[in-house]
Design a protein around this ligand. Structure first.
Ligand code: FAD
Ligand code: NAD
Length: 159
């Protein structure tokens, strides 16, 4: 199977958009990611998946901490900055949650300590033990079919 078919199929799964952030010796590094999932309620665990070529990979291995910042609908530019999609460098200020770098205005800031890592194919899965959470009342940024989207209407689902 070719890569394009796989990527097109995976792009049919509508997701939110996160920026994963970590810090090594005072240097904060962020990366846009949509491979994020809730794993366990007791204990509270999440998982992220980081490509083998991503610079943030060794930084998380070293720091053993990361944050997941679920972006708001008005934060598409941050997604593009941290995916390396903007030509010019832009300074981004980080707030702190549990001492870890987080993005102001994110729908949710989730602070984690790495509790396990698993290399699978060309990605590394990091399991994060959640140490703190901050929530904002805002609409999320969405990603579907390779394009950014936003919620347009709220529908009642009857089961
Ligand atoms: P770099 O390419 O060095 O960093 C990314 C960008 O962030 C650079 O432009 C850099 O200047 C900027 N940056 C970093 N830190 C700071 C800072 N402190 N202040 C200001 N700017 C900073 N890849 C995955 O591995 N897993 C995923 O789940 C994933 N999901 C994605 C979802 C979407 C919607 C998109 C668009 C991309 C996704 N990617 C994912 C790809 C990933 O975002 C890019 O490959 C990214 O460029 C890799 O980042 P890097 O760690 O190699 O660092
Ligand atoms: P795309 O059409 O390649 O991505 C569609 C979907 O395919 C993504 O949402 C993701 O689920 C999957 N995907 C893409 N590249 C992948 C990879 N290297 N490993 C595992 N899954 C992958 O392109 P796009 O939506 O325009 O994304 C922009 C850029 O960001 C591309 O370079 C893409 O490779 C990268 N990206 C990487 C990942 C990832 O590594 N998990 C996820 C999303 C996007």
């Amino acid at each position: 199977m070719d890569d394009r078919k796989f990527r097109t199929a995976m792009g049919k799964f509508a997701t939110g958009v996160t920026v994963i952030a970590t810090e090594v010796e005072g240097d904060v590094h962020g990366m846009t990611a949509n491979a994020f999932m809730s794993v366990s309620l007791d204990p509270k665990l999440v998982v992220i998946s980081i490509g083998e070529k991503a610079k943030i990979l060794n930084k998380i291995k070293e720091s053993k901490i990361f944050t997941v910042n679920i972006l708001a609908a008005d934060q598409q530019e941050l997604s593009m900055i941290f995916a390396g999609q903007l030509k010019e460098h832009k300074e981004v200020a980080f707030d702190r949650l549990d001492g870890k770098p987080v993005l102001a205005g994110a729908v949710a800031q989730i602070a984690c300590e790495v509790s396990a890592e698993h290399v699978e194919g060309d990605h590394t899965l990091f399991i994060g033990k959640v140490t703190d959470i901050h929530l904002e009342d805002a609409e999320p940024l969405l990603f579907y079919n390779g394009k950014y989207r936003s919620l347009t209407e709220e529908r009642t689902v009857t089961v």
